[in-house]
Design a binder for this molecule. Sequence first.
Ligand code: TRP
Length: 352
Amino acid sequence: MTATPTPRIILTGDRPTGRLHIGHYAGSLRRRVELQNAGTYDAIYIMIADAQALTDNADRPERIRESILEVALDYLAVGLDPELSTLLVQSALPALYQLTFFYMNLVTVARLSRNPTVKSEIQMREFGASIPVGFFTYPISQAADITAFDATTVPVGVDQLPMLEQTREIVHRFNSWYGDTLVEPEALLPEDEASRRLPGTDGQAKMSKSLGNCIYLSDSADELKQKVMNMFTDPNHLRVSDPGKVEGNPVFTYLDAFSSDADFADFLPEYENLEALKAHYERGGLGDVKVKRFLLAVLDRLLRPIRERRQAYAADPGEVMAILRRGTEKARGVTDATLERVRAAMQIEYFG
Ligand code: TRP
């Protein structure tokens, strides 16, 4: 007898709190498109997590509402293809709320309080003692997102690892109490360190809208140029002849994440590769402007087609919303089926 292999299923998503930036691209979007085009997964679901975004934006629903279309445009612009990847909106899936409610009984308050991502988000938002219960418990709803699709693989940035750990704990507990029902997921992180933690243009650890240090996928060529040419570098690299530092220098981190040897051949042939450029910078004699001009060429080559595709889709928002509606309808069938399985396992389907 041969066991049927578990289907390989991807689920991942983003909170719609604004347009997506190149940190999202390096951290997760790029990987999603590669996996989609490789065709090695049985299904790919990409979720716009608006219900999760509302957990700390309940008083600003219009901000979330407006971002749904923006995020969908970013998805389509980077090359997610609705024929191959199902694009969907979280809040329209009632099964997720029910799963969340049942999973809440499998997690302790102490366990949630230890979640390092939630901890640092609470600090950043200065909630103090006024943490919304929904925000505090969003790792549980994220476990519902992941398990509702029987996801085996969740491509995310490192900051999401605690959510995956929480999900796996819920899966273990559920399956041990109610019998084998839920699929245990794995995270898929970017391969290189630079893409895992892309800093802001100001050198701060993270790109974030509130810090104003983002390069958006939708930035115009002029905005891109201005942001790159004004980037923070090594503050002690004052004269061209001074030796410079590449560690903690976001210009070089971006080159780590985005440049290829082909970029050198095409835009800066006097250097064979990034190692040679870094060595010259560290020795002294290489100015920031030259490095920034190269980075600009690299990013422009990457972002120009994304920007153009985004503009083309933006001309027909009705079609973009129709893509989301179709994806969400398909997702409703999938998540409702999981909920039925869960209710049966919990012995609460009293009426058949
Ligand atoms: N927490 C994720 C973020 O902040 C968004 C998200 C919601 C998610 N549900 C998910 C990611 C399920 C992966 C899987 O970006």
